[in-house]
Design a protein. Sequence first.
Length: 680
Amino acid sequence: MYIKITRLICLFSLLAFANSVNAGTIINSSVVLTQSDLNSYTWPVTINGGTLASPVVVTLGEDVVLSNTQNYFILNGSYINFNGNNHTVTISGIGFYKGLINNGSYQSSWVQDPNDPNDYIQEITIVNGFSNINIFNLTVNAINSDLASGQGWIGQSAFSINATNGVFENCSSNGPIRQGSGGIVGERTSVTVKSSSFFGNHIGGYAGGIFGERSSGTAISCYSLAPSLGNRGGGIFGGNALNATAINSYATSTIVGNSGGIFGGFSTNCNASNCYSLGTIDPSGGGIYGRNSSGGSATNCYSANGNWNDGTANGILQGIGTIWNDPNTNLDTVNYNLKPSPTIVSTTLSSDNSEIVVTFSESVYNSISGVGSLEATDFSLSISGGAANLASTTPISVTTLDNISFTLGIELTELANGNEILTVKPTINSIYSALGQVVSVFQGSNTFKLYDLTPLVITGPSLFTGATSSISINENINEVHTFTANKTVSWSLGTTYDEALFSINSSGDLAFKTAPDFESPSNGLNTNSYVVDVIATDASSNILNQTVTITIDDVAPAVLSSLDPVSKTYFDGSYTIIPPTSSNSNLVTFTSSNPLVATVSGTSVTITGIGSTTITASQTFDATYDNAATSYTLTVVGISVVTKQGTISETDFSYIDRNGKIGGATSITKNGKIIEVQSL
């Protein structure tokens, strides 16, 4: 006979886990995440740990969507808080998803037994998780997605294995659960899960509504609304649970195929207190424990439709209270025990940062007996970032009219600049419901930014910081001034004065849309004085105006040297202008007033006819000089010559000289006189 032996290898060095971190984006400090952030990340994303005094807090700033199998977080250190902030992570179109957060892992493989070549043994390699990991106020919504076997929608398998002081609180999911998986955390998990729920359609074989298979954690005030359980599955814990505890928890699933309403089949030494199951029970299932479970105890538990188990379990019928389906059990009493503890549902900050209105989901009190108004010491305040600090870590006053909404007075030692994050939390074991349920320190909707109350200052021309400023600029220039402020602002212009003639960009650069002309003012008063209202608005919607008066100064025209008149014959054909000298640095351009006599291209003049034209040299303004122009008269004369055809013409270039040669510098008149035909 061959006997298979399991060999367990534990890696107790946290360094071994750190070395397995994927080379994706790394988060080293507290951060508020948005969809834009997640879209820019390289996945998986690693979150490095903090310290007891300064844990790393990762907060969701909005609902987000993940759609890739690699979209998950790897924890790489202790003291990490993942705050869903009552937002939803939608897992869209992912098959065999691993779960949102990894903290520890295990691998199993079959290897040949070194002592028996005919047999194999199973090796399980465990990488320990990190301690002091808290995940709260988070919902996972699965759309066209499912879990890989053994995983959890929020915590992956082996979450916090061999670690301490970890908690999931106010978490929920709704996706289908494969074999061995869990609605909140995966298999072989040992964390505490509080006030969390699963409301998906089905729990697979060995799977659990909250914990996956082989888990040993604690479920407090948890519930599962899945219609049915798979073989050996459990409403709260999956099959083969070991040393697990369920308190104030319940399930509504139909119990079939060796499954249990709270613990799955083949569970060992698991304890239940104030738990109940409402589902119908298959002959092989159990209302609290699944088939072949052993050890453990059930205290004040209830199964609405029959047995604790199928009768084959050992040692689990030692619970006190209602052992079978006792008609005397008051189900409403059990339901009260399972009611979620109150939570903060909203916070509102006054515009002057002096008060916070904190609203709970129900009436709350400062004693476990459900009486007594809340006091300042029942709340804890903390602040991070920015310039302001708290004068006290508790409110300076607390008032209420209904024990649901409370107005908390706040005192700051400096003016807030809008970068401060303020958090208000219940003090540990200080706030209770009317039924005595303690309000958790882990809350959503309790973190927000302070308003920016630092005075806004605009710096205008000549460093003016008052309500008005002034500046003089030369005509022909668009740019006026670059305005600045003492904080990040958006810039705009008013509508009262000459603002329609101006523009201002995001950098505060004020400019004329069209460069001003001293000789032709464009404002409504036809003057060279323009008024503009410049407006700065900061992130807290604080607004400040500065009215600037812009005076336009005249600029002397450029000095162009004079050009002498030019006389040409038609047969000169063309010539090149020698530009005038100028005090302006811009290009001089030339035009002809009569294109029938001459045209100009650049500095080249082409003669087109007999007569006269005015050639004008023009120069546009530059930074120092205004427009300028000068001109001269070009006279083109005609000369009567004999052509090769024997005709007389003033414009025919086929003229001949006395030797009958066509063209040249001379020709003959009709009287045979030799004349010069070009002035060159």
